[in-house]
Write a protein that binds this ligand. Structure first.
Ligand SMILES: *Cc1c(COP(=O)(O)O)cnc(C)c1O
Length: 494
């Protein structure tokens, strides 16, 4: 399996290891497999008796053909070890009205990004060896909260790597900040940025595209790579849980063989929902993909009008991991549906004018699989409260955005399919706003909210979070967004 750029570079294709090592293609595009491997009902049936790591190794081996099955099984077994994901990596629970919840936050940082970031560093480490790389890799991450901690935890003390994380100081929860500031490991750095997530992401992208800067680092024996969901190594492990979830629903008799399900994903950078789309393209019986957004509803507008326009206000919401105006992985969707020439043209327009508009024929292809809904802050709170009171389920604010979207989609479309709603964070990662939703008030200090929420609901605080809030912060630096590059070179070479 070869990988090509969404914008047309690397026409002859590069290996999966090379794509994972470099992150971005040479023309600024994202790597995509040349063809999408196909699975059928028999393949799905064969997966049913397997463990999650075995399912992962099998599915990953379809995409990462330069890794052996044994290597992938070793990496998946280490990443999804039973003592790291309690009770299991991707359990499904049922909600009312034909909805099921896929809980992806039982890993070491209580957020769904662990699903990718526990295995990605292992794939990356092998990629360095497979490509004969001599230099040290500096993983550069811009995060709106959960990615940062999950990446730090995944890469800490991984041989041949260093990791530096930038987060917007006003765009993450207090608990997320504590988790990152207390990170352990010899090869880590965590820095706050005065700005929002897009400022952090734009700053990181700028550093990535600065050739002089890369040369200087390289002379010092260091090269840059990314752990954001633009890296194929982040995306490919996410395909696994959609296929695995289908297996579990089938095994448990919730659906019949071949029965199509809908999937609803709380969306920010469009990585998670795009992984679901690849599972669909592979042949998993998935019908509609409901893209759930918060008040930053640029994707809802796009999926309803075909116009992507980032010239709009940016809001800081109770679901900060979805406070995003440029959803990088949407580029992959444009590439799959329209090809690299049109994709490159739309990306040029986005960079130059901050917007692009799909003509009806192109937009029709998007609408075939995707629908968009957004949920405002009041409705988000109401959904957390209603889900707790009516279903006895404590959900976080991101998951609430998805539950709300799923409910409206199901009533608008009178859809008969079962709906898989993706739950992306422990309610305790956003305890203040969850408590506010339940009771109408929250303590000034977000950390106190954790105990208060536990007292009120009797739902236990996950061990990794209880641990993080009891430690003393190590990394408290905050810098201007213009100082990101110098901060990187200091850490890389200093
Ligand atoms: C990252 C994140 C999302 C958004 O996922 P994307 O792949 O960026 O669309 C949603 N919820 C939570 C809790 C997250 O951390």
């Amino acid at each position: 399996m070869k990988y090509v750029s969404t914008r047309g570079a690397n026409k002859d294709g590069v290996s999966a290891a090379y794509a994972i090592k470099t992150g971005l293609a040479s023309d600024g595009g994202l790597f995509m497999p040349e063809v999408i491997p196909q699975i059928d009902a028999e393949y799905i049936n064969d997966l049913i008796p397997l463990s999650y790591p075995e399912r992962a190794a099998k599915i990953l081996s379809l995409f990462l053909t330069d890794y052996t099955y044994e290597e992938l099984l070793e990496d998946a077994s280490g990443a999804y070890a039973a003592d790291k994901f309690i009770p299991s990596p991707a359990p499904i629970t049922s909600l009312s009205g034909g909805k099921y919840m896929l809980e992806l936050w039982h890993g070491p940082t209580s957020a769904f990004k662990d699903m990718a970031l526990q295995i990605m560093p292992r794939l990356f480490s092998r990629a360095l060896k497979k490509t004969g790389e001599q230099r040290e890799a500096l993983i550069l991450v811009a995060t709106s909260g959960d990615t940062g901690k999950a990446a730090l935890e995944g890469y800490r003390d991984v041989e041949g790597t260093k990791i530096k994380v930038f987060y917007p100081i006003d765009g993450v929860s207090r608990v997320q900040k504590m988790q990152m500031q207390t990170q352990e490991g010899k090869n880590v750095s965590v820095v706050g940025i005065k700005g929002n997530f897009d400022d952090a992401q734009t700053g990181v992208k700028k550093i990535f595209s600065d050739e002089k800067f890369a040369k200087a680092l390289s002379d010092g024996g260091v090269f840059l790579s990314s752990a954001n969901s633009i890296n194929w190594g982040r995306l490919v492990p996410q395909i696994v849980y959609y296929i695995s979830a289908y297996c579990d629903l089938l095994r448990d008799g919730a659906i019949a063989e071949g029965e199509k399900i809908d999937v609803c994903v709380p969306t920010g950078n469009f990585g998670n929902i795009f992984a679901a789309y690849i599972a669909k393209l592979m042949g998993a019986p998935i019908d509609k993909l409901v893209c759930a957004s918060n008040k930053n509803n640029i994707l809802t507008d796009f999926l309803r009008s075909g116009v992507y326009d980032r010239n709009r206000a940016f809001y800081t919401t109770m679901s900060p991991s979805m406070d995003i105006l440029i959803s990088s992985n949407l580029e992959r969707l444009l590439y799959v549906l329209l090809g690299h020439e049109k994709c490159a043209e739309y990306m040029r327009k986005l960079a130059a004018e901050g917007k692009y508009a799909l003509p009806e024929e192109d937009f029709a292809k998007v609408k075939e699989s995707f629908v968009g809904y957004f949920t405002d802050e009041e409705e988000c709170k109401a959904t957390v409260k209603a889900t707790y009171e009516n279903e006895n389920r404590l959900i976080d604010t991101h998951t609430a955005i998805a539950v709300s979207a799923a409910e409206r989609y199901m009533s608008d479309s009178e859809a008969k399919s079962k709906m898989l709603v993706v739950s992306t964070a422990s309610p305790y990662k956003f305890a203040g706003d969850v408590l506010l939703s339940l009771s109408g008030a929250k303590p000034e200090d977000d950390l106190l909210a954790l105990r208060a929420l536990e007292d009120r609901t009797g739902v236990e605080i996950p061990a990794p979070l209880a641990d993080a809030i009891s430690k003393t912060p190590i990394y408290t630096d905050v810098i201007e967004k213009n100082d990101m590059a110098s901060s990187v070179s200091e850490f890389a070479l200093g």
